[in-house]
Design a binder for this molecule. Structure first.
Ligand SMILES: [Zn+2]
Length: 234
């Protein structure tokens, strides 16, 4: 099955996305309000649904006489619009029962990565958006063990729009599947110096280093002449 949705989800960096069911996309009640968010809504929707006998970048490209495919700037722009629309539909889909199940499969496989905090012991994470508006924040990952949000580890995810997942997704996910929520991490890192715990007051006592503000020392230039150079030490 090599349709637009499948190709989008297998593009570099898009592996956090799951494939939204076509039935969900075709149900207009799931798309209410998105016309205002996305210009050329109808055309973008047609691309996602592989209508007009074409799909994706090569589908909206035009053939030039020598048989090569040529993609115009306008085509690229329309494809970008389709990607934006798909992201917004995806954010709604993963809040549905069916969408949560698809994301559960990816979560259990560790497709979203693991918490970078050492004491979370490689706990699986979920994607999250820090904003529901497209173009405002890139995707982050949420760790259910430490309840913290991090930047994704891999560079390929640093350009993915967080609005494709939304702010509510991980929290809805664990409401639907409470049995998969890991126990909260109670371990805390303890700073030590030579094996001894450091008292908190150690950081509040300023270390005073007495330095002379101006020092003067002789410098020999050209082997014979002598100068005295002042240097300010801060
Ligand atoms: Zn964590």
């Amino acid at each position: 099955m090599d349709d637009w949705v499948h190709r989008f989800c297998t593009e570099l960096g898009n592996d956090f996305f799951c494939e939204v069911d076509k039935d969900f996309i075709k149900d207009y009640s799931n798309l209410v309000g998105l016309e205002e968010e996305v210009i050329q809504f109808e055309q973008a929707l047609d691309i996602i649904l592989d209508k007009h006998g074409y799909s994706g970048a090569e589908a909206i490209s035009s053939k030039i006489p020598n048989g090569l495919i040529q993609t115009t700037g306008n085509d690229k722009s329309l494809n970008k619009t389709a990607e934006k629309l798909y992201s917004l539909i995806h954010a709604r889909f993963i809040l549905s029962d069916r969408g949560c199940k698809k994301m559960l499969y990816k979560y259990l496989q560790g497709d979203f990565g693991h918490c970078p905090r050492v004491l979370c012991r490689n706990s699986n994470v979920l994607p999250i958006g820090m904003s529901d508006k497209p173009g405002e924040e890139t995707v982050k990952v949420y760790c259910p063990r430490c309840n913290e949000v991090y930047f994704p580890r891999l560079l390929k995810h640093s350009y993915v729009d967080g609005a494709g997942f939304g702010r509510s997704f991980p929290h809805m996910f664990f409401m639907v599947f409470p049995e998969y929520r890991p126990l909260k991490s109670t371990e805390k890192y303890t700073p030590r110096l030579h094996g001894f715990k450091i008292h908190p007051s150690a950081y509040t006592m300023p270390v005073k280093v007495k330095r002379s503000k101006v020092s003067t020392y002789p410098v020999r230039l050209n082997g014979s002449s002598h100068q005295r150079v002042n240097e300010s030490l801060l």
